[in-house]
Ligand binder design. Structure first.
Ligand code: 1GP
Length: 229
């Protein structure tokens, strides 16, 4: 199951806390994107997550949960993506919540479906940056050093450069890219059109497209076409 991430080029991230009509969800799920990731930084509950999962389940594409709240972990997803925030001094977001989750749910965690993401959060205005106290004002070389901790010291399968809400600095993405040997590079943040999708996709393995689904669905679909041809 976990191997499926190796083939992902484009993923739509849907926020259970945001409204999406059946028609919009239909075009998103039929767009040719490789997977739907369900998650968000705030307002994610068990109920709104179950609701979105059951609606996406009508379609054939993989549906994975990015876990951000222990109360909102829902059985039935294809994979569980577990962020570890690398560029914070607050251990809560590196392993604190993780320890809590394992103590609480250890016996029923489907480990073969669990994928860890080494997150580097780089947009200071993003909710996730504020929540986790991420040190966003770092040089590209520092971001690459964090990426190597994930890739080489921790053997994490994914390094996720998270600019949520703003298109990131492509030079930094390039620097991080060059520092990785095994981990896949996920890029997410501020992709709102085909050109940005192409640019980010050319220097990462997988692009994650979020907000534009809610802001401009037509443009969101263009990001799939750009990357998936
Ligand atoms: C958010 O990385 C994703 O976690 C996507 O970012 O919402 O800015 O597209 P956007």
């Amino acid at each position: 199951m976990k191997e499926m991430i190796q083939s992902w080029k484009h993923v739509f991230k849907l926020d259970p806390d945001k409204e999406i009509s059946d028609d919009s969800l239909d075009v998103v799920c039929m767009s040719g994107t490789d997977a739907i990731m369900v998650g968000g930084s705030t307002g994610v509950t068990y109920e709104n997550t179950v609701d979105l999962l059951s609606r996406v389940r009508r379609y054939e594409l993989p549906c994975v949960q990015e876990v951000s709240d222990l109360e909102a972990v829902v059985p039935g997803f294809d994979l569980y993506m577990i962020p570890m925030i690398l560029n914070t001094q607050d251990p809560t977001w590196i392993m604190g919540r993780h320890r809590e989750g394992i103590e609480r749910y250890g016996y029923m965690i489907p480990w073969d479906l669990v994928v860890t993401e080494g997150y580097i959060v780089l947009n200071e205005n993003a909710a996730v940056a504020k929540l986790t106290g991420a040190e966003t004002s770092i040089e590209a070389g520092t971001a690459a050093a964090y990426a190597q901790i994930a890739d080489k010291l921790m053997n994490l399968p994914i390094v996720y450069l998270e600019y949520s809400g703003a298109f990131g600095d492509m030079e930094t993405v390039r620097t991080v890219r060059r520092s990785l040997d095994n981990a896949r590079l996920f890029y997410g943040g501020g992709i709102t059109n085909a050109q940005q999708a192409l640019e980010a996709a050319s220097i990462s393995d997988t692009i994650i497209v979020g907000n534009v689904v809610y802001d401009d669905l037509e443009q969101a679909l263009e990001t799939v076409k750009a990357v998936k041809g």
